[in-house]
Write a protein that binds this ligand. Sequence first.
Ligand code: ZN
Length: 137
Amino acid sequence: MKHTKRKSLAEALERHGMRPTPQRETVYNVLISKRDHPTADEVYMRCKKVAPGISLATVYNCLETLVACDLVRQVNRERKSTRYCPNLHEHAHFHCRKTGKIHDIDLTAEAHEALLSLLPEGFDAEGIELTFTGIKR
Ligand SMILES: [Zn+2]
């Protein structure tokens, strides 16, 4: 892992009172190295390649910690297993019906503002989850 990334991971964990551990680093590294919204099982398979001793329970724990520290967000599709996304910029997802893949779609500041402007008085959004479904040609 690059020094700056390792430092920002450590800082983000420490801000939430968590210690950086080699396992947390491994899981985070796996997530940022291939941004294809893997499931916990897929993260586990990839972690095992670099850290053969790691257990599925540890991977789950690490994912939970990374989500709690706002380093990774969960992507939930109905009745499907949770997927994990390390992209913390405001973005929407596009779920391709044909391949089952989830793609990141950038949300411009204007689009973000326009969505927030839909909220009636008294609703304060802390985030937007927007998923397109269809087919990516
Ligand atoms: Zn994403």
